[in-house]
Design a protein around this ligand. Structure first.
Ligand SMILES: NC(=O)c1ccc[n+]([C@@H]2O[C@H](COP(=O)([O-])OP(=O)(O)OC[C@H]3O[C@@H](n4cnc5c(N)ncnc54)[C@H](O)[C@@H]3O)[C@@H](O)[C@H]2O)c1
Ligand SMILES: OCCc1c[nH]c2ccccc12
Length: 314
């Protein structure tokens, strides 16, 4: 992994060396590590429904196809129930471990240490390290001290070398602040739902101030679950201009803001299309703002409904 885009700057160079099949660049994290800016998620198309523990070869096959297509950033979680399949796919795909960027997440189950959860995840993955370990959600914490003590456990995992980077997911500013007050090793990533209909007010600016990279999950929401909407006409115009799909405009909108995009699909052609098309164009800053402006006319959240405070609508 060598191509680097400056942290939080739109990828404007267009000269990044190749990685993962095309030239999707890496983003430099505040701990000095790099993350490929396009990731393949195992949490939506390929997760297992509650209580299903049987090994699922189809998940392995889809994931091997994604890796072989060039998706080297793989986003997993213990909650998805498919870490064994992710590990099997990594072995079967034949891509050297050093070229892959593997994330998993802890659910912070009550009464369990991070060390216990992390060791179980590594064993299921069949790996001796992950590139990124995240706290999946902040809802386990009842007090600022809960956030701080859990984060200290995460720091111990990073200290051990078995997670190269550590971060959080679904955190708002009020969840991050107590951690930033006491952290020895601040979170380098927050993975959040992010698309034009969920821009989170000044949360993105807060991340930039604190050097925390954003990973956008559900980046296609405006053309999938939340369609139709005010972004449709802008996406359509830009897709025509650049000769790409609306989905590619939606992903580029994240990348051009210096935001990592996590997507998924069981459709290999679609996945290959992203890697072929995304490196070939950029949105101008004006176009990024046009999408943002249209998006601010609608609010939509697809995940963790009911968990967020009312001010999430900002
Ligand atoms: N941390 C979290 O709480 C959290 C929550 C949700 C997702 N995630 C991660 O992010 C990953 C990606 O999330 P996502 O699946 O919501 O991302 P996404 O917005 O990219 O949606 C992908 C889905 O859209 C479908 N799709 C793509 N193009 C389409 C089109 N033109 N028309 C209709 N459907 C189309 C795909 O088939 C796929 O099912 C997940 O797999 C998971 O790893 C994390
Ligand atoms: O991270 C995606 C949302 C999510 C949280 N817990 C899960 C369990 C199974 C599938 C998706 C999820």
């Amino acid at each position: 992994m060598h191509s680097i885009t400056s942290a939080f700057q739109p990828d404007a160079s267009g000269t990044a060396p190749k990685q993962q099949g095309g030239s999707i660049p890496n983003l430099k994290l505040s701990d000095g590590n790099e993350i490929p800016m396009l990731g393949y998620g195992l949490g939506t198309a390929n997760f297992k429904r509650g209580g299903d523990t049987a090994f699922n070869q189809q998940i392995v096959d889809h994931t091997v196809a994604a890796i072989k297509a060039g998706y080297y950033h793989l986003d997993g979680a213990e909650a998805y129930g498919n870490e064994q399949e992710l590990g099997a796919a990594i072995k079967a795909a034949g891509v050297p471990r050093s070229k892959l960027f593997v994330t998993t997440k802890t659910s912070c189950r009550a009464g369990e240490t991070i060390e216990t959860a992390f060791s179980r995840s590594l064993a299921k993955l069949g790996l001796d390290y992950v590139d990124l370990y995240l706290i999946h959600q902040p809802y386990f914490a009842k007090t600022p001290a809960d956030h701080q003590s859990k984060w200290a456990e995460m720091e111990a995992i990073k200290d051990s070398g078995r997670a190269r980077s550590i971060g959080v997911s679904n955190y708002l500013q009020s969840d991050l602040e107590p951690i930033l007050t006491t952290a020895r090793l601040p979170p380098v990533v927050n993975q959040i739902e992010y698309h034009p209909y969920l821009q989170h007010g000044d949360l993105v600016a807060f991340h930039r101030q604190h050097g925390i990279a954003i990973e956008a999950y559900a980046p296609l929401t405006a053309i999938t679950k939340a369609a139709p909407g005010p972004c449709d006409a802008v996406y359509e115009r830009l897709a025509k201009k650049y000769g790409v799909s609306e989905g590619e405009i939606a992903l580029r909108w994240c990348l051009d803001q210096g935001i990592v995009a996590l997507t998924t699909s069981g459709n290999e052609q679609r996945l290959q299309g992203y890697l072929a098309k995304l490196p070939a164009f950029h949105l101008t800053p004006k176009e990024v703002e046009e999408v943002a402006e249209a998006g601010r006319e609608k609010h939509f959240r697809g995940f963790w409904l009911g968990k967020f405070a009312a001010d999430d609508r900002r």
